[in-house]
Structures are given as C-alpha cells and as structure tokens.
Design a protein around this ligand. Sequence first.
Ligand SMILES: O=c1ccn([C@H]2C[C@H](O)[C@@H](COP(=O)(O)OP(=O)(O)OP(=O)(O)O)O2)c(=O)[nH]1
Ligand SMILES: [Mg+2]
Length: 144
Amino acid sequence: MNDQLKVKLIKEDAKLPQYANPGDAGLDLFSVEEKIIKPGEFELISTGISLELPPGTEAQVRPRSGLALKHGITLLNSPGTIDEGYRGEVKVMLINHGKKEFKVEKHMRIAQMVVAPVTRMNVIEVEEISDSVRGEGGFGSTGW
Ligand SMILES: O=c1ccn([C@H]2C[C@H](O)[C@@H](COP(=O)(O)OP(=O)(O)OP(=O)(O)O)O2)c(=O)[nH]1
Ligand SMILES: [Mg+2]
C-alpha cells in the first residue's frame, strides 16, 4: 500500500484533510458549509473534497471525541466507510445527542478519517465450519 492520498478540492473554500499532530492516526475533515443541527437530529455535512485512495485501502470516518464530550456531536453511521473506488464528495453524517442546538461552522473540523488496509475475501459456501474453543458463546458469555 502506498502512502499517497490524492485529494481533489471540488468546492470553493474546501480544505485538505490534515493531521493535527505528527503521529496522529486520523486526518481531520473540515466542513465546507455552515449548518445548524437541532438536538436529536442529524445532518449530512459537505467537506468539498473527493478522494483517490491508494489501491487496497479504505477510509474510515470517525467521530472527534472533543465534539462528542463537549457537545454530544457524533456520527450517525460511525464509522463511515469510504470505498476505494468512491469518487464522489466525502460527506459526514453528524448527529446531535446534546441538549442544545449545534452550529457547524465553515472550516470546523467535524470528524477524522483513518486510512486502513482492506483484506478482500473470496466468499465460499460450505456445509460445515470447524469447531473452536469459543464455539457459539458470545454477547457476554465470558462474564464481566
Ligand atoms: O460517512 C460516509 C459514508 C459513506 N460515504 C460515501 C463513500 C462510500 O464509498 C459511499 C457508500 O457508502 P456505504 O457503502 O456506507 O453506503 P451504502 O448505503 O452501502 O451505499 P452504496 O449502495 O452506494 O454502497 O458513500 C461518505 O461520503 N461518507
Ligand atoms: Mg455500500
């Protein structure tokens, strides 16, 4: 996997995704618009960018913990999936779990995007699957 993330600015005033610090996993995504999100509601926010991801990768759009902690703002579809072949505008579905109206400002950092390798599988239908130690236990089967 190469490390070149090709980004096209497709709207006026759009900004390139940015790592806030060296060593950060997530590239911050910027809103290209202003929008109000009422308590309990969600809005699709434009970033004004489209991507060409390196072959064999995806981008995961994740919430910013600061927005979640301070304002109850997170992602409706967390994590959002950006497919390698997607050439449309990257958009972010923000939901307001807080009690107050939230104003998304233009150029606000609304989410972060982590580029990750993808393992593509060949799906094979079989009659039997092998036993394992866990077996069918799940959903708290190992206790607290
Ligand atoms: O938060 C997101 C999630 C998705 N997308 C774009 C990129 C992704 O490649 C495409 C499709 O997303 P997904 O596969 O999650 O949605 P779907 O409902 O399965 O739509 P589709 O049938 O187009 O795959 O939408 C975004 O811009 N932001
Ligand atoms: Mg899909």
